[in-house]
Design a protein. Structure first.
Length: 232
């Protein structure tokens, strides 16, 4: 991914290429925060379900893969209908700022709080959703992934708005997700995340060059979601 960061609304390439990159990204970004749940699942099933923690993790990735494919389809639809509307010198800058602001607002909603509660309480989730066997492990992993998508979709949308191919922003968003799911100060973590996202949104709109590590497109449309820019 080195050198592929074209800033906000970077091209997504072909579906196959994007899906492969997306799965690797999700594994790198989400597994640190879901590892305690997988470890607890492994302990609860010890002696009964050999090998199913891997199946549980696979189910989790299946849900996130489906979310990535949905994002790709949405991006393709926008590109097909509106053309280069997300070019930086058109609506791209404003949409990026608005996306970050929307993500900040979502951090403070009851739905975010409910989904985050499921992610932060793995024991309650596992006891309530327990299914035996590998198929059960896959179902449980997918269900936990769905709660995680509900918790983190706005943060992932922020990544699109800041530069999907930026390793710096990937690490930054992953750190926010991990902090929200693992730090003991739940409300402090979500409110701090909301403040950070809102601040970034304002900077993107008012002074984008002041945003650290943000690649500001300079080629009038070079960062909008053209489906043919990347991939083999």
């Amino acid at each position: 991914m080195q050198g592929m960061d074209n800033g906000p609304w970077s091209g997504l390439g072909t579906l196959g290429w994007f899906t492969g990159v997306w799965v690797v990204m999700m594994a790198a970004m989400m597994f640190p925060s879901v590892a305690p749940t997988v470890a607890l699942y492994s302990r609860m099933g010890r002696g009964r379900q050999r090998g199913t923690p891997l199946v549980f993790a696979a189910g989790y990735l299946v849900t996130w893969t489906a979310a990535g494919v949905a994002a790709f389809v949405l991006a393709a639809a926008v590109a097909g209908i509106a053309g280069d509307v997300l070019a930086w010198d058109r609506a791209g800058r404003w949409v990026a700022g608005a996306t970050l602001a929307l993500a900040a607002v979502y951090e403070l909603t009851p739905l975010k709080d409910a989904c985050l509660g499921k992610c932060r309480s793995p024991l309650g989730f596992l006891v309530g959703a327990w299914r035996d066997g590998r198929w059960g492990a896959l179902q449980m992993g997918a269900k936990h992934g769905a709660w995680c998508v509900g918790c983190c979709w706005a943060l992932m949308a922020s990544l699109f708005a800041l530069g999907l191919m930026s390793l710096v922003w990937m690490a930054f968003v992953a750190a926010l997700i991990t902090a929200e799911k693992t730090l003991p100060w739940r409300q402090v973590a979500t409110r701090a995340t909301a403040a950070i996202l809102l601040g970034l949104g304002i900077l993107v709109l008012a002074w984008p060059t002041a945003v650290p590590a943000l690649t500001v497109p300079s080629d009038h449309g070079g960062s909008h979601m053209q489906m043919d820019r990347m991939g083999p």
